[in-house]
Design a protein around this ligand. Sequence first.
Ligand code: UDP
Ligand code: MG
Length: 316
Amino acid sequence: MRKGVLKIVVPCYNEEEVLHETNKRLLEVITNMEQSGKIVSGGVVYVDDGSRDKTWQIIDELSKEDSHVSGIKLAHNAGHQNALFAGLTLASECCDMAVSIDADLQDDTNAIFEMVDKYNEGAEVVYGVRRERTTDTWFKRNTALGFYKLMSVMGTDVKYNHADFRLMGSAALKALVSMPERNLFLRGMVRTLGFKDADVYYDRSERFAGESKYPLSKMMNFAVDGITSFSVKPLRLIFSFGIFFIFIAIVAIGYGLYSHYIGHTIPGWTSLLVSLWLIGGAVLLAIGVVGEYVGKIYKEVKRRPLYVIERTENLK
Ligand code: UDP
Ligand code: MG
């Protein structure tokens, strides 16, 4: 059984209302695990994502009160994914495992115990998976469902009902933070790493206080980012549409000529009908071909690592 140093990374954007409570609960979890010997030691790393309220002052105070607490202040609002990435990057240098969790206490802090158990049993990535969406509104529940469906249809591998509440061991962390891409979609990136993984189920509650920092517009952007940072499937779709249109053009030629000869047409209709589909098909096909090349360029510029090493033994 392995065990090590744990860091809990918490991105915070205008979270003054919840921070004290969040800190209290996270420290409880950490002291409990330190005492029971589940971990060697633990700490919380808050990342202030350019908040405009008292978030940083609170983090600063908390870190002075308790040596378990540390803080990173970003110069401007970089967005949740970037803030989390910053936290994980710095944490990866001083921990054996890191848990990422939102500041608003929607994710069950008690699930961290089980995550650490799974890590100690050998899992390198442990996904926090929410059980039911009973606390969400009908709208949020269904838009979220649509989000996961759309992702998988468009070729992005995401884990159903898992957001960014997860534990990663240092090997997985190092691999993640070495990814040089600029458009982050962490939950998808972690999936591409491989490693032995495990799931921990929990009930998601309402936000403890404050408002969601993810309005619908941000959520839509996130979904588009998730698809376009991961998959060239939309480009391939254009190609398929092109083929489909040309197929329709062939059917239209048959139908047009047939109607023409039995005299059911007004002059010009046949040629218009046929050229419409044929030109449409040809244009889509051409865009599709260009798309294939754009897709290749896209994969090259991402400069993702070609392989991920889990461990080496006796390598001198
Ligand atoms: N967050 C952030 N930067 C942003 C927006 C959000 O660091 O620009 C943090 C926020 O403080 C919270 C987490 O990301 O800890 C998730 O945000 P929120 O709970 O508002 O999203 P929701 O749960 O409503 O999707
Ligand atoms: Mg939330």
